[in-house]
Design a protein around this ligand. Structure first.
Ligand SMILES: [Zn+2]
Length: 276
């Protein structure tokens, strides 16, 4: 597995790394390379220094892309679906939440109640998506793929496009809320979570009597413990944060069989990472 990075460096960081005055650089300068290369290590050193002095950060955005070999993909039996997060939420659509189990600190434990309403027009036809509010929605096509294959361990609830639309029993829907019953344990010894690639403090993590947020985002390849005897399952821990419309969410895992069915049906929005 290889890891490639992309940082959107801020002007003061570009000036330190490449010389010149910050004013000479644009708001963000994109630099790319392989994790661990000379520039990556320079950015790490600069970022850590700035953070230790409480001054600023070196970059406004980052992306680590993991590239697996064909052999690694063939060997894997479980895959993490890194879902595209859509700029839509159930709350914004007008859905109510049952806050009975909600943790006021970390924002997990609230349950959306029917009717479930979401603006799905922004999904651009993607078949499996994650909302800002953390729920996973699947298209009618995805539901048919899962049902035709006899997949178990999930239920669905219809997503309405607006509060005026009424739910008709048995009718096909554009999207469904995916409710997954099985939970897999993330191996937190070997999986890193946090705010950015250089975060050693697992920022954003929180444990309470409702559950656990492992950090703002996964920072490494994901590892699970205890095997994967499922078609489909969610992580035991959440990632993300509660802010505005944002809610923490769980990570979605599928078996090799389910991934192959999804790929065979040419479902859109599927980005699968092997769990090694
Ligand atoms: Zn909590």
């Amino acid at each position: 597995m290889r890891e490639q990075y992309e940082f959107r460096l801020l002007p003061h960081a570009v000036a330190v790394l490449f010389g010149g005055q910050p004013a000479a650089y644009p708001v963000a300068t994109v630099v790319r390379g392989e994790v661990g290369d000379k520039t990556y290590l320079q950015i790490e050193e600069l970022h850590r220094g700035l953070q230790e002095r409480g001054e600023d950060v070196a970059f406004g955005g980052w992306l680590i892309r993991r590239i697996y070999s064909l052999e690694e993909r063939a060997k894997a039996t479980t895959f993490w679906l890194d879902l595209p997060i859509q700029n839509a939420s159930l709350e914004e659509g007008g859905t109510s939440y049952d806050d009975g189990g909600l943790c006021a600190e970390c924002g997990i434990g609230a349950v959306p109640t029917e009717p479930l309403i979401a603006r799905t027009s922004c999904f651009k036809g993607q078949d499996v998506v994650c909302l800002l509010s953390g729920e996973i929605l699947i298209s009618e096509k995805t539901l048919n793929v899962l049902r035709d294959a006899g997949c178990s361990g999930f239920d669905v609830l219809p997503i309405l496009e607006s509060a005026r639309e009424s739910k008709v029993q048995g009718r096909s829907m554009k999207y469904w809320l995916l409710l997954v019953h099985s939970v897999v344990q993330i191996d937190k010894e070997s999986t890193r979570f946090g705010a950015d690639p250089f975060d050693l403090e697992r920022r954003g993590s929180c444990t309470c009597n409702v559950g656990e947020i492992a950090g703002y985002a996964p920072l490494s390849a994901l590892r699970i413990s205890g095997g994967f005897p499922y078609d489909i399952a969610l992580s035991d821990v959440y990632v993300g944060t509660r802010r505005g419309l944002l809610r923490p969410y769980r990570l979605l895992f599928v078996s090799k069989r389910v991934l192959h069915l999804m790929e065979g049906a040419k479902l859109r929005g599927i980005c699968a990472e092997p769990v090694l």
